[in-house]
Design a protein around this ligand. Sequence first.
Ligand code: ACO
Ligand code: ZN
Length: 177
Amino acid sequence: MTTNKETETNAFNNSNNDSDFFVRRCSLKDIEGVIDVNEKELPEDYPYFFYKSILDNFPECFLIALNKNGKIIAYIMWRVEKTPSNDSLRYLNKGHLVSIAVYEKYRRKGIASTLLSNSMFAIKKYKILQYVLEVRVSNYTAIKLYEKLNFKIECIKKNYYRDGENAYFMILNVENS
Ligand code: ACO
Ligand code: ZN
């Protein structure tokens, strides 16, 4: 039997052994599958090089979920941002959730929760103090997901999306996660 070392070492155990999905780190050859999920499930699309640069810079927290047939059914990606502290004397690292999506057919099975918990753990290696994200004010489902993890609405970003919709800026301090 042949084994794929890379896949094995990058695999995450799902909390539920009966789950019909599998989570591991994204690799270069997975980007096309990630783009398929993004284009079907989210209006914000990105060029290939954007995904590649996230993968090059923050590979530990760019995760995908696969179904039993090995098809990519969900992804999550983060980037780390340095922002000046309130006293401007130092820089603080923040983990910024760039994008998460799950194919509609596979929702409400805990896939997003599994992707979030594994990636939020992995991104701690960058010594971040806070997790941050933007979400459409109309995206009830995603807002519920983030609230379940203890994210709080910090402010509204007006006109954040290209179509003019506002975003909630949500934050979670790592110490409260
Ligand atoms: N209604 C209410 N609450 C929901 C719903 C829903 N339809 N779906 C998920 N939730 C909440 C619940 O609290 C749920 O916990 P529970 O099932 O124990 O009640 C919790 O989220 C976790 O649900 P999961 O099964 O882990 O989430 P799922 O795998 O279905 O994925 C997601 C959620 C990613 C929001 C999915 O609906 C999706 O892909 N939506 C389209 C893309 C999208 O909106 N992405 C987020 C954009 S914002 C950004 O990327 C920064
Ligand atoms: Zn953002």
